[in-house]
Write a protein of this length. Sequence first.
Length: 552
Amino acid sequence: MCHIPIFCWITATVLESVIKTKQAGGKLPKTLTEMYIHFLVVQTKLKNIKHDGGAETDPLWSPKSKKMIEALGKLAFEQLQKGNLIFYESDLTECGINVREASVYSGVLTQIFKEEKGLYQDRVFCFIHLSIQEFLAALHAHLTFTNSNVNLLEEEQTVSVHVSESHFYQSAVNKALQSPNGHLDLFLRFLLGLSMPSNQKLLQGLLTPTGSSSQTNQKIIQYTKNQINQNPSPEKSINLFHCLNELNDDSIVKEIQLLSATSSTLIELDMSNNNLQDLGVKRLCAGLGSPQCALQILRLSGCQITEEGCASLASALKSNPSHLRELDLSYNHPGDSGIKLLSPLREDPCWRLDTLRMDPHGDQWMKTGLKKYFCGLTVDVNTVHRNLKLSDNNRKVVHMKEDQLYPDHPDRFDSPQLMCTNSLTGRSYWEVEHSGEVHIAVTYKEIKRKGNSDDNRFGRTDESWSLYCDDTDYFAMHNYTSTAISVPCSSAPHKVAVYVDCDAGTVSFYKVFPDMLYHLYTFNTTFTEAIYPGFRVRFLDSHIYICPDSEN
């Protein structure tokens, strides 16, 4: 940003003002949101004095100033949603902005808004930079929620007393992650920054403090971290890290610094299933190789590590051979050279490393995220209920009124269910499209098949773990216990992903969006026998479609 003139000018404007007031308690801004808040305050004060004839000591947010900023915010938000950077007189009028007043702002508050001549000499308007528009758009979304309890980021905008602050900000994270071109990235940073009480205090008089608790703040932080763990694109991951900075959260930085701290007490670190890659491993090894690092267990399973990352690990362990006892590099691609570098360390008495996991390995594990564990499911036709019709190479299952001509078999369910032949081991992932009321489950093979009672229904027994879903609602179900799951509104197709880690004892469900996985629920247990995928297609015309690997 320091190479872009507009940011240099904004920074200089803010710093000049803050330094003048520093002796009176002014503090230098530490985040982008703070910087733009100070900028808005400086320019509004300048407008009040030069145009309105006010004094330095007059209240900053006069009714007139508040009305104009709120109108500019509405314009910024609505045009950002449409992807417009240039606006016409009609756009201003729709947002309650008098064109003549806007022209005055063009001459006085040129730092916020400017007027230009477009083609055919039409008067057009734009903000001096997209970041100003994004900041004011975030301010408008925040004001609308705090003043009216309306979430502008939901497709259906209704007033509700039940919408929590944390849900509002979580929906903003989801909306930004769903954007195909990242046009809401900076908007999200500003919006999360405005959730901070310290920033709301800077805009006192324009904003009503929400009274956000530290618990709400932690919920937002944890949710943002969870989205980072879902392995979005590198660009989206970087923006989420910027969002954590706007929330004044530096816990991830501290976790990394612990590795090279002079008195590190970190014993175990699990970074499995992160898009770490070789560069991330190299940075991690800067701490791991320090003699002060006392790390004993390091799990890097499924992190897209190649022989280059293995070389960094081998070098770090040679520098600090006295502590690490367990290293998990399964589901990576170390290559022959990586295996040759690390395998001897387990046998050498100079090293404490006694557990080294590198299997399974290969280039098939170099896909991003959980889809590297994709497995093709095969329906066990001997389990399919007679009202369930198979088609499309046994991938599509529809609940029909008519009985299908299936032969008698002791494994066939008497309720509208079916199982797959896949006995799951290690890590597995699959995706299922659904319509109507269905259950997507994993189950022990010995679940009851006969009768139509709860004893043989997925999610109703202690032998199965299920996600119930229809076109609007989701529930996690196990052993007669159900948990309602909140899911953001979306026009995306109804598709669910399942990720099973048998060794860890986890069953995770995700809603599949075009460019991300939205975590729904995770069961934690200890599997005592082999588990199998299963489905319940509950009512007439409900159906599922088991997605093939080619769609991913």
